[in-house]
Design a binder for this molecule. Structure first.
Ligand SMILES: [Zn+2]
Length: 192
């Protein structure tokens, strides 16, 4: 398992709800936490490790043993309140940062790894992470939500990611879309 970078097609995939929480899924969650900490991130969505399922992991503290680990399965957001502009980054666009406007507070309903439903209203950094990661599951990236002027200011960095991706495609490091689609369909049939 590895973190895929923009513009990998799985980052644009609308992931499907999970129906089966089994040991394989628990192993995936463990690996996702490992990758997230290795990359010094605070959240990681399944799409970012080339998996087409509605799942993300987060620890707002960003360090193993510190803060609290959370697993969100099939998250549904509602009741947005207020608006706040803050800087964001993303493990699929490393070292690119920019301001994004999002609701200040949001209500989230999701399931944990035991299959238990939970609901909470979140704000601050945790609320922002949940919104950023839930976006991933719907194929939306934070650069899509940037104001035109901000997006313009990072356009060179975005283009560098596109060039890097194309060269990995050309060298065969990243397979064709048809192969990626087939793999995603196979994974879906196992969990969704
Ligand atoms: Zn991200």
């Amino acid at each position: 398992m590895e973190i895929v970078h923009y513009p990998h097609p799985t980052l644009r995939y609308h992931s499907k709800p999970i129906r089966r929480v089994n040991n394989e899924l628990k192993k995936i969650v463990d690996e996702m936490f490992d990758l997230m900490y290795e990359a010094s991130g605070v959240g990681l969505a399944a799409n970012q490790v080339d998996l087409p399922v509605q799942l993300f992991v987060t620890n707002p503290a960003g360090e193993r043993g510190d803060g609290e680990e959370h697993v969100f399965i099939n998250p549904v957001l509602s009741r947005p309140k207020g608006s706040e502009e803050k800087q964001e980054g993303c493990l699929s666009l490393p070292e690119l940062y920019g301001n994004v406007i999002r609701p200040r507070e949001i209500h989230c309903q999701a399931y944990n790894l035991k299959g238990q439903e939970f609901k909470r209203t979140v704000d601050g950094l945790f609320g922002r992470i949940i919104q950023h990661e839930t976006d991933h599951l719907q194929g939306v990236l934070f650069i899509d939500r940037m104001k035109e002027s901000i997006r313009e200011s990072v356009s060179d960095e975005i283009e560098e990611f596109e060039i890097e991706f194309q060269s990995m495609r050309d060298s065969g490091t990243i397979p064709d879309d048809s192969i990626i689609r087939k793999r995603l369909a196979d994974m879906e049939s196992r969990f969704c």
